[in-house]
Design a protein around this ligand. Structure first.
Ligand SMILES: *Cc1c(COP(=O)(O)O)cnc(C)c1O
Length: 362
């Protein structure tokens, strides 16, 4: 077996070894076709099976109701930041946002290009170290929708519970925590996620959307940026990222084999507990960035006493086989991303390294 790094990359991120091995086995000759999946028509029956199979397995695992469509699009979650207001922010209405950090901020900026926006709640005054209390959220009366960022990948915060929005459509960016825990999809009008953190490789963006919201997009929108185009064509209007969709399918099978989303959630909690406990028991040597009640189960952000010490930690961790622990340049410090495919063994090794590093530098 090749030497696998302790991969804590924030995205693209670790994929399960079993998934990579299966892809390797099938790489040259998929299902006896005499070619790889990348070389075949996206209109072939073999690829159609891959496309439909991934959709239906996701429906099963994530409990997606029948009146929702599952789309595989391109352009990343960042394109959704614009597509959502283009399609769903109707004249006279406001796009409302909970501003929780770096990714929410980007979504807000894009929506501003298309219409009126409102901040329903914000944790900017706290440097985004927390998710606002649900009671702080004020949705304007003319809201077309309320947008939440389920997990702020850069700051390391995550909603423990989603807001109740009544008649107002709730839209969730679940790019960094999709399929990491069970979600009541029926509470949302739309959920979207770039695949490259929890769901597979980069190149494909998942959209789960209630049918009535996308029955007909405004006529002025370019064809590729209309949801109704992709709904009517089962995500096959143009050439899809076929290899990425295939790998998402393998990743979904892997989740199923591990017992489904609830089992994956428990595993994720076991993983993060090892690291959060190390932080909390370090007597202040490590300091978690996020407020305890807003802590992410996907991205653990923490700081040390000085930037020099943080640099030393980053350097020594690399020398010891850990990858991706340097925090995002916008917030500094350190970050361990513990997405679905990151094994418990990696987290155990990191907790041990952290304890040892403290012993030597505390
Ligand atoms: C990574 C990320 C994005 C951006 O995804 P792209 O696919 O790179 O556009 C958006 N939102 C969140 C929460 C993310 O973690």
């Amino acid at each position: 077996m090749t030497n696998r790094a302790y991969n804590f990359n924030a995205g693209p991120a670790a994929l399960p070894l079993e998934v990579l091995q299966q892809a390797q086995q099938e790489f040259l000759d998929y299902a006896g076709a005499g070619m790889s999946i990348m070389e075949m028509s996206h209109r072939s029956s073999i690829f159609e099976e891959v496309n439909d199979g991934a959709q239906s397995l996701l429906r099963e695992l994530f409990g997606i109701p029948n009146n929702y469509k599952v789309l595989f699009l391109q352009g990343g979650a960042s394109t959704q930041f614009a597509m959502i207001p283009m399609n769903l922010l109707t004249p006279g209405k406001t796009a409302a946002f909970v501003n929780t950090g770096s990714w929410a901020d980007k979504a807000i900026k894009e929506a501003k290009l298309f219409g009126e926006t409102a901040i329903a709640a914000s944790s900017e005054a706290y440097k985004y170290n927390r998710i606002p209390e649900l009671g702080e959220i004020v949705i304007p009366e003319n809201a077309a929708y309320l947008h939440v960022t389920s997990n702020e990948t850069i700051e390391g915060t995550q909603y423990a519970k989603y807001p109740e929005t009544g008649d107002v459509t709730l839209i969730g960016d679940l790019s960094s925590d999709i399929l990491s825990r069970p979600v009541d999809v029926s509470k949302f009008g739309m959920i979207y996620a770039g695949a490259q953190k929890n769901l597979g490789p980069s190149g494909v963006t998942l959209v789960i959307v209630r049918e009535d919201l996308v029955a007909e997009s405004p006529k002025s929108i370019p064809t590729m940026l209309r949801y109704d185009t992709h709904v009517k064509n089962n995500s096959l209007y143009n050439t899809p990222p076929s290899f990425s969709i295939y790998l998402v399918g393998l990743m979904l099978k892997w989740v199923k084999e591990r017992g489904g989303v609830a089992a994956v959630e428990q595993y994720n909690r076991d993983k993060t507990k090892l690291i959060y406990d190390t932080i909390d028991q370090s007597g202040g040597f490590y300091r978690g960035f996020a407020e305890a009640s807003s802590r992410s189960q996907m991205n653990i952000t923490f700081r040390l006493g000085s930037e020099e010490l943080e640099k030393l930690f980053a350097k020594e961790s690399e020398q010891n086989g850990f990858v991706g622990l340097k925090g995002h340049r916008s917030v500094g410090g350190l970050r361990a991303s513990t997405y679905n495919a990151v094994p418990l063994e990696s987290c155990k090794a990191l907790a041990e390294f952290m304890a040892d590093f403290q012993k030597r530098n505390g």
